[in-house]
Design a protein. Structure first.
Lengths: 290, 316, 247
C-alpha cells in the first residue's frame, strides 16, 4: 500500500513536472535554445496571477484564462526581440542572456514581493481530496493538474502533427535553412513556438501556485526538475516528457519516503544515472544531445 | 613590468596600510577574481559554459574544513583542498562530457546541487546548518582578516599569472584552435576532449582554492553559502562585462562589480539586478565586454595572449 | 528576344576573408535552362545560396523581373518566385514524404504545381507518401526535394548538384523531367559538377573557376577543349562579346 501511494503521488507530481518541462523541450527542439529563465517565467506567471486576480475580480481557479494568453503574447515578443538577437550571435550568448535574465528576474521579484511565499487562491479546493484507500489521498488539485498536463501534451502532439503551422514548426526544428527555402519565415515560426512554450510555462506556474506556495527563488529548483525530466524522458519526444516527469516524481517520492531531505537528491541521482547509462533518455533519439 | 612589480608589492603590503574592513573587501574582491578567471578559462577559452562552478567552491571550502577538523592548519590546507577538487573533477567530466551546450550547463548545476545536498547530510561537517572552521581560534579578528587577505591575494596572484602563462603556452594555442574551429582542430590532430578535460580540472582546482580561502575568511561554513548559485552568477556576469576571452576582463569586471556593490549596498539586491542587466546587455550588444571594447578602441594590451599570424612570402 | 528574368550583376560574395564569388554577372532568360558548371570550390553553391538569400553578397546586385531582391529575406524571395533545391537534398528528416511536400506547399504561389501534380510527375510517390523520408533512396529523396521546391510554383527553379551521390541512370531520369518542368513555365538554373550532364541539358552554360567567370556560351558554340580549359583553368579564356551570344 505504501508503495502504491509512492507511485500514485509520484505520478501526480510527475504530471506537473511534465507540463512544466514541455515548454523547455519545445524551446530547445525548435529554437535550439536552452532557456535558463524557464523556471522563473513560471514563478512570474504565479505572481501575475496573484497581482491580477483581486484587481480583476477573478477567482484564482480561473486565473489561467487571463495569464496564459498574456504569456503567449509575451513569449512571441520576447522571442522576436531578445532571444532572436542572442540566437543571431551564437548559442553561447543565449545561455548567458537567459541566465542573466533569470538572475535579474529572481532578484527583481525579491525586491518587489519579498521572500515570503505566495499562492494562487483557490479557496477550499486546496485541501480537498479523494480518499480511495487507507493512506492514499489524491488531492483534487493534483489530479486536475495531471489531467491538464496530459491534455496539453495531447493537444500539442496533435497540433504539431496535423496542422500546417505545426508542420512548419517541425520543419524549422529539423532543418532551419531548408524550411526558409520552402518559404517559411523562420523568425515568425520561432515566435509561435516560443509563444506556445511560454503559454505552457504560465499554465505550469499557476498550477504550481495552486498546489503549493511559491517564492522568487522557486524558479531555480523547478528549472532543475524540468531539465531532469527532459533528459530522463528524452529530447524530441512529448510522451517521453510525460514519462520522464512521472519517473522523476516517483523517484523523488521514493527518496522522501526514506528520508525527507533525500527527496531532491533522489531525483538528481536518477538523472545522473540516466545520463551515465542512456544519455539520450528513455525515448530520445541518439545523438540528439550532442 | 615595473608597474606590475610595484602593484604586487603594494597589494602584498595592503593589510598594514589599509583598515581591516577594507582588507576584507579586498579579500572578497580577490576571491571573485579567482573565480571569474577560472570561469573565463572554462567559457572563454574552452567553450564550456558552467553554471555549476560553485560545486568546487563548496567542495574546496568543505575540504579545507575537513582537513582543519583533522588537525591541519587551515592555511596549509588550501592547496590540498584545490587538489581534492581537481581529483573529484575527473569522474565528473566523464559524466558531464556526454552533454553539450545548454544541457552541459544545466548538468553542471545539477552536479553542484547534488554536492550541496550530499554534504548537507554529513553531520561531522556541520550538516545543513553549518559549523565553524577550527584552527583559527588563536588569531584575533584583525589578524584573521589580514592573514586570510594575504592567503587570498597570493592564491589570486598564482591563479592569474598561472592562467596567463598557460594561455601563452602551447596549451593556450591548442585551446584557441578548439575555440575557433573544433572540427578543424580535431582534424589537425588535437585531442579536443583531453584538452577540455584538463581545463575543467584546472578550473575545478582554481575554484576549489577560492572556496578554501573563502572558508578561511568567512569561517562559519554552511552549504547554502559555499554552494551558493550566486557565485556562478557573479563569475559569469563579471567575466561577460569585463570581456570574455581575455585575462584582464575578469579583473576589470570584478572591479566594476565591487564598485557597484559598495555604492549600492544599502539598496538590497539592486546591485545584482543592475549587474545582471548589464551582463545581458553586454552579451547582446558588446560581446567583447568592456576590456574588449577598450582594446579595440585604443589598440593596447596589458596581458597579451592572442596570436597573430604573419604571412611570410616564400622565395619561389 | 525574351526578357531577362533573373539578372545577377557584378556579384561579389565573401566567406569571412575568403572571396568565394568575384564579380560574377549573368542573365537568365525566361523559359531557358542555364547551367553553371565548375570544379569543387569554384563557388557554384555559394552563387545559388546567395541568389536564394542564404548569404549576403559583399557587393553587386540581384534582380528578378527587374525588381532588386539583393537585400530581401529568403522567404520573401520564395514568395516572389525563386526556389532552391539545396545541395544534399536537405529534406525534413522527421517527416513523411507527403509532409515534406506539404511544407513546401504551405507558402506556395498560385500556379500549375500542387501536390496532386507532383504525384503525377513522379508516379511512384502516391504509394509511398506516408513513408518517412529517411527510408527513401537517394534518387527518390532528390525527387522529393525537387517536388518540394516545385510545389511553391517558382518562376526560377534553382537546383544545386542534382547528380551528387546518385547513380547515372537515376540522374538521367531526373534530367528527363526538365522539359516537362520548363513546359509549365518554370525557368531552370542548374549547378553541376558533372560537365556532360550540365552542358547537355542546358540552353546556355556559364563556367566558374575559383569564384570568377571563366567562360560563357551556348553548348553549340563551345568545344569540349574550351570547356575543359575553362573548368580547370589552364590558359584562361574569356569569351565575351566576341562569341556574339552575350548581352
Amino acid at each position: 500500500m505504501i508503495w502504491l501511494n509512492i507511485v500514485i503521488q509520484g505520478a501526480l507530481v510527475g504530471g506537473f513536472y511534465a507540463l512544466f518541462a514541455c515548454g523547455l523541450s519545445l524551446m530547445f527542439g525548435v529554437l535550439k535554445v536552452i532557456n535558463l529563465a524557464h523556471g522563473d517565467m513560471a514563478v512570474v506567471a504565479g505572481y501575475v496571477a496573484v497581482f491580477l486576480c483581486p484587481r480583476l475580480h477573478v477567482a484564482g481557479l480561473w486565473s489561467f484564462l487571463i495569464v496564459v494568453p498574456i504569456f503567449a503574447l509575451l513569449g512571441y515578443v520576447v522571442q522576436r526581440t531578445l532571444i532572436q538577437k542572442s540566437i543571431d550571435r551564437d548559442p553561447f550568448t543565449t545561455l548567458l542572456v537567459t541566465f542573466g535574465l533569470s538572475v535579474v528576474i529572481e532578484n527583481l521579484l525579491l525586491e518587489l514581493y519579498s521572500a515570503n511565499g505566495r499562492s494562487v487562491n483557490i479557496g477550499s479546493l486546496i485541501g480537498e481530496s479523494w480518499h480511495p484507500a487507507s493512506i492514499i489521498y489524491i488531492s483534487y488539485v493534483s489530479l486536475a493538474v495531471l489531467a491538464a498536463a496530459v491534455l496539453v501534451l495531447l493537444a500539442l502532439q496533435l497540433f504539431l502533427s496535423k496542422s500546417g503551422i505545426g508542420r512548419l514548426i517541425r520543419a524549422v526544428a529539423d532543418d532551419q535553412e531548408a524550411a526558409q527555402l520552402s518559404g517559411a519565415n523562420y523568425r515568425h515560426v520561432f515566435g509561435i513556438a516560443a509563444a506556445i512554450a511560454f503559454a505552457t510555462v504560465a499554465l505550469a506556474g499557476i498550477a504550481y501556485g495552486m498546489m503549493t506556495q511559491f517564492a522568487p527563488t522557486s524558479g531555480g529548483v523547478n528549472l532543475l526538475f524540468a531539465f531532469e525530466v527532459v533528459v530522463i524522458g528524452g529530447i524530441g519526444s512529448l510522451w517521453g516528457t510525460l514519462v520522464g516527469g512521472i519517473a522523476l516524481g516517483i523517484a523523488q517520492q521514493f527518496g522522501a519516503h526514506i528520508n525527507l531531505s533525500y527527496q531532491i537528491l533522489a531525483g538528481n541521482i536518477l538523472f545522473l544515472v540516466v545520463l551515465a547509462i542512456r544519455p539520450q533518455g528513455l525515448f530520445g533519439r541518439r545523438n540528439s544531445l550532442a | 613590468m615595473v608597474g606590475a612589480a610595484l602593484l604586487v608589492c603594494l597589494l602584498t603590503a595592503a593589510p598594514w596600510i589599509v583598515p581591516a574592513e577594507f582588507a576584507t573587501t579586498l579579500t572578497n574582491f580577490f576571491i571573485l577574481v579567482i573565480m571569474a578567471t577560472m570561469w573565463n578559462l572554462l567559457a572563454g577559452y574552452a567553450g564550456m559554459v558552467s553554471i555549476g562552478q560553485q560545486a568546487f567552491v563548496g567542495l574546496g571550502a568543505y575540504a579545507t574544513l575537513y582537513f582543519a577538523i583533522k588537525g591541519m592548519n587551515p592555511f596549509v590546507a588550501v592547496p590540498f583542498a584545490a587538489l581534492v577538487c581537481a581529483v573529484l573533477a575527473v569522474p565528473i567530466t566523464y559524466l558531464l562530457f556526454r552533454l553539450r551546450g545548454g544541457y552541459f550547463s544545466i548538468a553542471t548545476w545539477v552536479v553542484s546541487d547534488t554536492a550541496l545536498l550530499i554534504i548537507g547530510t554529513i553531520a561531522v561537517l556541520g550538516g545543513g546548518t553549518g559549523r565553524t572552521m577550527p584552527g583559527l581560534q588563536s588569531l584575533s579578528p584583525s589578524e584573521t582578516a589580514h592573514f586570510s587577505y594575504l592567503a587570498t591575494w597570493f592564491v589570486a596572484l598564482i591563479v592569474v599569472t598561472g592562467t596567463y602563462f598557460l594561455l601563452r603556452s602551447r596549451t593556450g594555442l591548442v585551446l584557441a584552435s578548439i575555440r575557433d574551429n573544433e572540427v578543424a582542430a580535431r582534424s589537425a590532430g588535437v585531442n579536443v576532449t583531453a584538452a577540455r578535460r584538463s581545463i575543467f580540472i584546472i578550473a575545478a582546482a582554481g575554484c576549489g582554492a577560492a572556496g578554501a580561502v573563502l572558508a578561511i575568511s568567512q569561517p562559519f561554513i554552511q552549504p547554502s553559502n559555499e554552494f551558493n548559485l550566486q557565485w556562478a552568477a557573479e563569475m559569469l556576469f563579471v567575466s561577460m562585462i569585463g570581456g570574455l576571452g581575455t585575462i584582464e576582463g575578469p579583473i576589470i569586471g570584478s572591479i566594476l562589480f565591487f564598485v557597484l556593490q559598495q555604492t549600492l549596498q544599502q539598496q538590497g539586491v539592486w546591485y545584482l539586478i543592475i549587474v545582471g542587466a548589464l551582463a545581458v546587455a553586454v552579451a547582446l550588444w558588446q560581446p567583447r565586454g568592456l576590456w574588449g571594447a577598450f582594446r579595440d578602441r585604443f589598440h593596447t594590451e596589458l596581458l597579451p595572449v592572442g596570436h597573430w599570424v604573419e604571412y611570410v612570402p616564400s622565395d619561389v | 528576344m525574351t526578357e531577362a528574368l533573373l539578372e545577377v550583376e557584378s556579384l561579389t560574395v565573401h566567406h569571412g576573408q575568403l572571396c568565394a564569388i568575384d564579380d560574377v554577372s549573368f542573365t537568365q532568360r525566361e523559359g531557358e535552362v542555364l547551367a553553371v558548371i565548375g570544379a569543387n570550390g569554384a563557388g557554384k553553391s555559394t552563387l545559388l545560396r546567395t541568389i536564394a538569400g542564404l548569404h549576403q553578397p559583399t557587393s553587386g546586385c540581384i534582380r528578378l523581373d527587374g525588381q532588386d531582391i539583393t537585400t530581401l529575406s529568403v522567404n520573401r524571395r520564395v514568395a516572389l518566385g525563386i526556389s532552391l533545391v539545396p545541395e544534399g537534398r536537405r529534406l525534413f528528416s522527421s517527416m513523411t514524404l507527403e509532409e515534406n511536400l506539404q511544407v513546401g506547399a504551405y507558402h506556395a504561389n498560385p500556379g500549375p504545381f500542387d501536390i496532386k501534380r507532383i504525384y503525377e510527375l513522379f508516379e511512384w510517390m502516391p504509394g509511398r507518401r506516408k513513408q518517412s523520408v529517411w527510408q527513401l533512396s537517394g534518387g527518390e529523396q532528390q525527387a522529393v526535394a525537387i517536388g518540394r521546391a516545385l510545389v511553391a510554383n517558382p518562376r526560377v527553379l534553382m537546383m544545386d548538384e542534382l547528380s551528387l551521390g546518385l547513380a547515372p541512370i537515376i540522374v538521367e531520369k531526373i534530367y528527363a523531367l526538365l522539359p516537362e518542368i520548363l513546359a509549365q513555365g518554370v525557368s531552370i538554373l542548374i549547378v553541376e559538377q558533372d560537365v556532360s550532364q550540365g552542358v547537355n541539358a542546358a540552353d546556355r552554360v556559364h563556367c566558374l573557376l575559383e569564384g570568377h567567370t571563366s567562360m560563357m556560351g551556348t553548348p553549340a558554340e563551345l568545344t569540349s577543349e574550351e570547356i575543359d580549359r575553362a573548368y580547370f583553368g589552364a590558359g584562361l579564356h574569356n569569351l565575351t562579346a566576341d562569341s556574339g551570344v552575350l548581352e
